[in-house]
Design a protein around this ligand. Structure first.
Ligand SMILES: [Zn+2]
Length: 258
């Protein structure tokens, strides 16, 4: 990314630049055999955290989480539903996914039936993704630009790599993992670093952990952002190491960590 001057960045503008950057972006440190973009966390310079919720199996738990999120309108999160449940929950509660997207939340791929991507063939995984994408487009009534995949069972594999390259996806792992009971999870969240990605599921204990963590996060000036926002900030930091310079323009004027 070093070859991009600040002027180049300003000339290109946000969307165009990020499109190019995503294609050139190298994966982070410890997955040398994985060539597609892969993130464990975002920029450490911003006071932002990305909460992610996997699977999304049960309607009443999704509705409870939606109600909780509505109490924190500045907070945005990312859901990783399996395709079968996108359809099932939509049938039970028409408009659910559109309501979440309209509130600024993001949706990412987590396979159609929660199969381990590592045991699929690359062709099978691409087919599965396309089926999942078609289902999401169908319930939303429009083409939805999916950017992230949370691999099932958190397994990084050759097939995942090929899928990411073929469909332009970023593999999103996490830096605070698994969710669980509030007495374990909430203290971990209170020790968050900027750019952390938190993995949760749609489970009662993860709901309780979110319910207890959200007020603390708001009071302590943490911003809950989508993975897209986290990743875009990360890419911008690659161009401008300081990330939050004032003269660099308003899109980068984030609350910077010391
Ligand atoms: Zn899962």
């Amino acid at each position: 990314m070093a070859e991009f001057s600040r002027r180049d960045f300003l000339k290109l503008g946000g969307a165009a630049f990020l499109g190019i950057a995503a294609g050139r972006f190298l994966p982070l440190d410890d997955e040398p055999n994985f060539t597609a973009p892969l993130i464990w966390h975002g920029s450490r310079k911003f006071r932002t955290i990305a909460f992610t919720y996997d699977d999304c199996y049960l309607l009443h738990r999704m509705q409870n989480l939606e109600a909780l999120l509505n109490r924190f309108p500045s907070f945005q999160v990312t859901f990783f539903p399996v395709g079968a449940k996108i359809l099932d929950l939509e049938r039970q509660d028409p408009g659910l996914w559109n309501r979440l997207v309209e509130r600024g939340h993001e949706i990412g791929y987590h396979t159609y039936d929660h199969v381990n991507i590592g045991v699929m063939s690359p062709a099978g995984a691409i087919k599965d993704f396309d089926k999942w994408q078609k289902t999401l487009n169908q319930v939303l009534g429009r083409d939805y630009p999916v950017r992230f995949v949370r691999p099932t069972y958190d397994i990084i594999s050759y097939t995942l790599d090929v899928l990411c390259q073929e469909r332009g996806l970023v593999a999103a792992l996490f830096s605070i993992g698994g969710g669980g009971d509030p007495q374990v999870v909430v203290p971990a969240i209170k020790k968050s670093k900027g750019g952390d990605i938190v993995q949760m599921h749609i489970r009662s204990q993860d709901y309780l952990s979110s319910e207890q963590a959200f007020p603390w996060l708001l009071e302590n000036d943490w911003e809950l952002v989508t993975l897209s926002r986290l990743y875009d900030d990360y890419l911008k930091e690659k161009v401008n190491p300081k990330g939050c310079e004032h003269e660099f323009g308003s899109p980068l004027a984030r609350a910077c960590l010391d």
